[in-house]
Design a protein around this ligand. Structure first.
Ligand SMILES: C[S@@+](CC[C@H](N)C(=O)[O-])C[C@H]1O[C@@H](n2cnc3c(N)ncnc32)[C@H](O)[C@@H]1O
Length: 204
């Protein structure tokens, strides 16, 4: 692995929310609640991260000048709130989500907010990542199917400067492996780790 840990301080939780972030999060949460109530079949792998903390972490990354460029990708986007928070601050932001019903909902919320983020339907797993099959055996909550989603987006994994993912406990290694294998040097991978908060690594 060629990943360098970047310590995100606890004080990140004291950063003011970005202008418009609270409205975006409230709108998304209302849509998520309505979707959950209306939907008969539970999407087991879909749980939401702490959107407020994610907004603060994105501001911190900007303030620290850690970004090598302007492209953001949310891996396993759900309702695409991460991608929308990134787009709101001027990033060129996309999400990748494998569950079509979530993709539809995410893009409807983005449209209703006039937010430029777009969520693509497909797998975040690019084809032919070496050594991924062994790690995939230990992963239960990520669909490990390979796909051509990046072709549809028109960008490669190494075109993005910041990835965000909310892995299930113990499954962050799967995302780190893809990131390490395919992202460009200097790119960042931010993951939400529940009670442990935000984790950040850079490919070096
Ligand atoms: C824990 S949820 C996180 C949702 C969102 N990122 C958030 O933080 O609120 C993980 C999402 O990843 C999606 N997912 C699982 N495997 C995937 C894959 N191979 N490609 C794209 N999305 C995937 C699931 O359907 C689920 O919506």
């Amino acid at each position: 692995m060629t990943l360098q840990q970047i310590e995100v301080p606890d004080s990140v939780k004291k950063i003011d929310y970005h202008e418009g972030a609270e409205h975006l999060i409230d709108t998304a949460n209302e849509a998520i609640e309505a979707f959950m109530l209306a939907d008969q079949t539970v999407i087991e792998n879909f749980v939401t991260c702490d959107f407020h903390l994610l907004d603060q972490a994105l501001t911190w990354v900007e303030e620290q000048h850690l970004l090598a460029g302007n492209r953001f990708c949310e891996w396993g986007a759900g309702f695409g709130v991460g991608a929308m928070l990134a787009a709101m601050r001027g990033m060129e932001a996309v999400g990748i989500e494998i569950e079509p019903r979530l993709v539809q909902e995410a893009n409807a919320v983005a449209q209703s907010l006039g937010n430029s983020a777009h969520v693509y339907c497909g797998s975040l797993v690019p084809r032919g990542v070496e050594g991924l099959a062994e790690i995939a055996n230990e992963v239960r909550n990520v669909d490990t199917e390979e796909d051509d989603t990046y072709d549809e987006i028109g960008l490669n994994v190494d075109d993005f400067d910041l990835f965000f993912a909310f892995p299930w406990p113990g499954e962050h290694g799967f995302f780190e492996h893809i990131f390490d294998a395919r992202a460009s040097t200097g790119a960042l991978l931010m993951t939400y780790r529940g009670r442990e908060g935000i984790n950040l690594v850079r490919k070096v």
